[in-house]
Design a protein around this ligand. Structure first.
Ligand code: NAP
Length: 289
């Protein structure tokens, strides 16, 4: 614990989302202990009382709150297993990565085994909202740790929705991402069709602008597609992971999602063509080459 009552937060994973999250925590006065598999990314974090550690176990030692922001369920599990030697008994674990329902349950079991309070708390918002501390936290899990974690969520986001038992946050996240990935694929396919038919893509975006068919997301991603600008805010490979998580969750409930299957196929093409680390807008590149 720091000299005040401000808890020390360990942030495991300082990629596109984890880095600005760690930065905002440090700027809000939290002592922050970071670890990232590729250490150089973590070393860019120099705000406030931030320390970079060589191993997950070193990063979590002495931290009352652990926040994981890693690629997927496997990465989170492997990292937390490596961190286990350093856990503070009773520490709260805010699991913010998008891992889907099966992994969420497995991670809850891992938390219980190690006497950690588990908060299943994925976030809405991409790179820019993370940088501006405007994420929306879909929080759920150990009610007893909710109050302790609230200042952390306050430092990284503009709103926290408390959704109940662990698993509810991940369920809500999949619902939201079902919409995000469908909108992206619909935009990519519409622009690919426009291109094939010799219709300027800009005509489509102008045509929907400001009307009931418009969406800020279609405009932003559509313009990026037409410009071929794929600097990653949300990498295509993670979007493919998420649509697969959506499909797995639906299948477990015997719900058919033909559109999501199509999105997985479209995103899969983009990833196979080498666009996985580019922004999800590169789904368009996967269609038009
Ligand atoms: P990212 O930039 O690709 O970061 C992924 C992080 O996971 C990096 O720190 C990476 O380490 C680490 N990692 C990957 N595999 C690992 C492994 N096997 N062991 C240990 N560490 C591993 O992605 P991101 O956009 O920050 O996304 C992180 C999570 O947030 C994902 O679950 C994503 O779906 C979710 N999310 C993303 C957004 C978004 O818009 N970007 C929004 C909401 C939620 P290295 O640096 O060494 O590769």
């Amino acid at each position: 614990m720091s000299s005040s009552d401000t808890p020390t937060v360990a942030v495991l994973g300082t990629g596109i989302m984890g880095a600005p999250i760690a930065r905002n925590l440090a700027q809000n006065g939290f002592p922050v202990q970071v670890w990232n598999r590729t250490r150089e990314k973590a070393e860019a974090l120099t705000e406030g009382d931030t320390t970079v550690h060589d191993t997950p176990a070193q990063a979590v030692r002495g931290a009352q709150i652990i926040l994981t922001m890693l690629a997927d369920g496997d990465a989170v599990r492997e990292t937390m297993e490596q961190a286990a030697d350093g856990f503070e008994p009773g520490a709260a674990w805010i699991q913010a990565s998008t891992v889907g329902l099966e992994a969420c349950g497995e991670l809850a079991a891992l938390a219980k085994e190690h006497d950690l309070a588990y908060l299943d708390a994925p976030v809405l918002g991409t790179k820019a909202p993370a940088e501006q501390a405007e994420l929306v936290v879909l929080a759920s899990g150990d009610e007893g740790a909710r109050e302790r974690c609230a200042p952390v969520w306050g430092a990284i986001g503009s709103a926290t929705r408390w959704l109940g038992d662990a698993g509810q946050g991940s369920r809500a996240k999949l619902v939201m991402n079902s919409w995000v990935v469908a909108l992206t694929e619909a935009t990519a396919e519409t622009l690919a069709l426009a291109r094939a038919l010799g219709v300027p893509g800009e005509l489509f975006l102008d045509g929907i602008a400001g009307g009931p068919l418009d969406s800020g997301y279609a405009q932003t991603k559509g313009k990026a597609m037409l410009a071929g600008e794929y600097e990653p805010s949300f990498p295509l490979a993670h979007a493919l992971k998420d649509v697969k998580l959506v499909l797995a969750a639906a299948e477990a409930e015997d719900v058919e999602l033909p559109l999501a299957r199509g999105v997985a196929e479209g995103f899969g093409r983009g990833v196979e063509a080498g666009h996985g680390e580019e922004d999800m807008a590169a789904a368009y590149a996967g269609l038009v080459g």
